[in-house]
Design a protein around this ligand. Structure first.
Ligand code: SF4
Ligand code: SF4
Ligand code: SF4
Length: 292
């Protein structure tokens, strides 16, 4: 394979600058080893073959963005940095936003985060360079790329990718309600609920974990967020929350979880609630017990 020199140009399409500051940190701080990628930073977009793009693409920046793109010579690779660039993040559906960027340019790699960690940015750029090499050598864009650029160690309390413990979820929808990015979607099925976390929309604020009454949803210290564009809509955590069947009337109902019971009731009541009867049958049983 022919060796190429990646010539990087950065475009800000209206970001808050958080991603841009993180990008600069990635470039300048030695421990992220970006120098091993042998990148040349260019000052004119016409000289670039690797575009790093931040921001949700504001209405105001659209024409500048399109003009800039017209000046780039093919082939080139595109790396979107930050949740805004991928899905518009917390600005989605705003009157001032015309993005995300893949409406206007073919994106190769997305790096989620608000902002992403420098290590993820470096990983995304490394993947972008591999795609650029393939494009320049006339090869098809790969479905998957393994990069050796990973150095993913984070403190335990780091707010990385979200995870869900289905057994503790009662489908109360609190997480969906408090999420500022519309990254959580809970839908009803005949057997219960489907709980989806769209990692490419998440701004990693941790609101969902903070407000979840049962601790079912939680942040992890995993920030492996540099993914190829073909994974944009599949990088989703899917959880299934099943109804229980009432042992009395056989109706389906959402049983309280152990975590919720421990919070709300004393041990004796927990035993009764664990009898797997639905709220309606329990109400009737209590009524009979008290008034008969
Ligand atoms: S992803 Fe977050 S940090 Fe990056 S531009 Fe958007 S709001 Fe700012
Ligand atoms: S994860 Fe927590 S907040 Fe979200 S629906 Fe489940 S129990 Fe409710
Ligand atoms: S951390 Fe939770 S609340 Fe915050 S954007 Fe991500 S899914 Fe939504």
């Amino acid at each position: 394979m022919k060796k190429i020199i990646p010539k990087l140009f950065r475009i800000n399409t209206g970001s808050c600058n958080g991603c841009d500051v993180e990008f600069v940190a990635t470039a300048l701080v030695e421990k992220f080893h970006i120098e091993t990628l042998d990148i040349e930073m260019v000052e004119e977009i016409k000289d670039a073959n690797l575009l790093v793009i931040t921001g949700p693409l504001t209405a105001r920046s659209e024409s500048f963005f399109k003009d800039a793109l017209r000046q780039v010579k093919k082939p080139f690779a595109v790396v979107g940095i930050g949740t805004c660039a991928i899905s518009c993040g917390i600005f989605r559906d705003s009157y001032a936003i015309n993005g995300p960027i893949d409406k206007f340019v073919e994106v190769d790699v997305n790096v989620a985060g608000c902002p992403p960690r420098p290590q993820s940015i470096a990983e995304g750029i490394a993947k972008g360079i591999k795609i650029l090499e393939q494009k320049m050598n006339g090869e098809a864009t790969p479905k998957k790329i393994d990069s050796n650029f990973k150095d993913f160690s984070a403190p335990e309390t780091f707010r990385g990718r979200l995870s869900l413990n289905e057994e503790n979820c009662v489908a109360c929808r609190t997480c969906e309600t408090v999420c500022p990015s519309n990254a959580i979607e809970i839908s009803k099925t005949k057997d219960g609920f489907i709980h989806k976390i769209w990692h490419n929309s998440c701004c990693y604020c941790g609101n969902c974990a903070y407000f979840c009454p049962t601790g079912a949803i939680f942040t992890t210290n995993n920030f492996d967020t540099a993914k190829l564009q073909n994974e944009k809509f599949s990088d989703v955590n899917i959880g299934y929350i099943h109804y229980s069947t009432c042992s009395n009337c056989q109706e389906k109902y959402m049983a309280p979880t152990k975590g919720l019971l421990n919070k709300a009731y004393n041990e004796n009541n927990i035993k009764k609630l664990n009898e797997k009867i639905c709220p309606k049958c329990r109400k009737e049983a209590n009524f009979k017990r008290i008034y008969s």
